[in-house]
Design a protein around this ligand. Structure first.
Ligand SMILES: *[C@@H]1O[C@H](CO)[C@@H](O)[C@H](O)[C@H]1NC(C)=O
Ligand SMILES: *[C@@H]1O[C@H](CO)[C@@H](O)[C@H](O)[C@H]1NC(C)=O
Ligand SMILES: *[C@@H]1O[C@H](CO)[C@@H](O)[C@H](O)[C@H]1NC(C)=O
Length: 395
């Protein structure tokens, strides 16, 4: 019984080897990319594939096998294309997303990973790939530019640490398309949606967090999703700029901001909806800071919708609708905050729950409350001439 079994296994094993021999033969094993770059005669001696051992270069989706593709003119890009001392181009063999570790990102946080992230994003843009960030603490000392079609997703516990960044935004999405366009990359497909997900992103308290910016190039308007992000220690947590379409924040937490948690800037175009789902904006660093500021301008077709989102804050305005339309479904406003709807604002609250200390300040065109829990009705500060409808209120 045992002998028969063993024979069968040997037969299978021999079959496996034959299959590999017919495809690629990784006969050479090297420690790292530096050793590969130093080679000057592998390819001329007949070797077409090498395996790189170091953990930095390994990873998921294969990724540690390099194959000589005979490409000429391809520069060494730091992670996927490696050029050796004989000018032979070795290309990393993988499927799926491109991994920041391949470009030398440091998950221990000891060294800055800015160049590695930038090179990974450049590869992703040119090859229509997504980016994966494995668990770790990555120090980034300059802002990252992310094209709107690229997804960058954390796997496991990922921290992007921008504590050394003193100006600008930690991650700018969208605006960079004009940069990539000018650099000769293909135009962004406007229907292709990117996503940033599953990360803790921390700042210096003086720079901004994520800036979703509309692109100046036609067809490069970002449809972007932010999902499961914990964004903290920024001047403004998330800025949603002009010409941004159908963006969604899903299950994000924005906290310890010093000016605004979420800032939706003006001049939305018709049909540009922004939605925030199951998120939380709370715990400002500064008593004058505003949880969410909506300033969507004149367009009556540009909506900002919040679903199941909570606002909880120590010391100042939780929500200001300065202009444009904002709707709130099943949201929760709690703590020492106020809500205000200003003269060009239009706000509707459906089934929302308010337990706030500073009441409402309504100087806007129209504010409607449908259902919900509104105990502080007496403290509402309603400018004469504004329309406030309250239907089925509970106390
Ligand atoms: C990222 O890469 C682009 C193109 O190579 C370069 O122009 C830009 O300065 C880089 N940014 C950083 C932060 O390294
Ligand atoms: C930002 O402020 C918080 C306190 O709210 C502090 O814990 C954190 O260390 C600050 N970060 C920097 C980089 O100064
Ligand atoms: C009502 O409005 C007045 C004048 O703008 C302001 O001083 C006061 O704080 C407001 N009260 C509430 C409850 O918002």
């Amino acid at each position: 019984m045992h002998i028969l079994h063993l024979t069968a296994l040997l037969f299978l094993f021999a079959g496996e080897c034959l299959v590999h021999a017919l495809t690629v033969t990784p006969l050479v094993t090297l420690q790292d990319l530096t050793a590969l770059r130093a080679q000057n005669n592998y390819y001329s001696s007949g070797f077409t594939a090498v395996t790189i051992l170091s953990s930095q270069d390994a990873g998921e989706n294969g990724g540690n096998l390099f194959v000589a593709q005979g490409k000429t003119g391809q520069a060494d890009d730091g992670g996927v294309y490696i050029v050796d001392a004989a000018s032979v181009v070795w290309e990393r063999s993988f499927s799926g997303p491109v991994n920041v570790l391949w470009y030398g990102a440091d998950p221990t946080g000891a060294a800055a990973s800015t160049t590695a992230f930038n090179q990974t994003i450049n590869y992703a843009m040119a090859n229509n790939a997504d980016v994966v960030v494995p668990a770790g603490h990555y120090v980034l000392n300059q802002g990252l530019q992310l094209p709107s079609k690229i997804s960058m997703n954390g796997e496991g516990a990922v921290t992007l640490d921008f504590a050394q960044l003193m100006t600008g935004s930690a991650i700018t999405i969208g605006e960079v398309d004009s940069y990539y366009y000018n650099a000769g990359f293909p135009l962004v497909d406007e229907f292709q949606q990117g996503k940033l997900s599953n990360m803790l992103i921390i700042g210096s308290n003086v720079s901004n967090g994520i800036f979703l910016h509309g692109a100046s190039v036609t067809y490069a308007t970002p449809f972007y999703t932010l999902e499961k992000l914990d964004i903290k220690f920024f001047k403004i947590g998330v800025v949603i700029g002009q010409q941004t379409w159908l963006n969604g924040l899903f299950s994000c937490a924005i906290q310890q901001y010093s000016e605004y948690g979420l800032y939706v800037s003006d001049e939305g175009n018709e049909g540009e909806d922004i939605s925030v789902y199951n998120s939380a904006i709370f715990n400002a660093n500064n008593a004058n800071a505003i949880g969410a500021y909506i300033d969507r301008g004149r367009s009556t077709l540009s909506d900002v919708n919040f679903y199941g989102t909570s606002f909880d804050y120590n010391g100042g305005p939780g929500l200001v609708v300065a202009s444009g339309q904002a709707r709130f479904f099943g949201c929760h406003f709690e703590g020492d905050l106020s809500v205000s709807v200003e003269s060009e604002g239009y706000a509707e609250f459906f089934g929302c729950w308010f337990r706030i200390d500073y009441g409402f300040d309504i100087t806007g065109g129209q504010t409607n409350f449908f259902g919900g829990y509104l105990p502080t009705i007496n403290t509402m500060n309603i400018t004469s001439g504004t329309t406030v409808n309250i239907v089925d209120r509970q106390t």
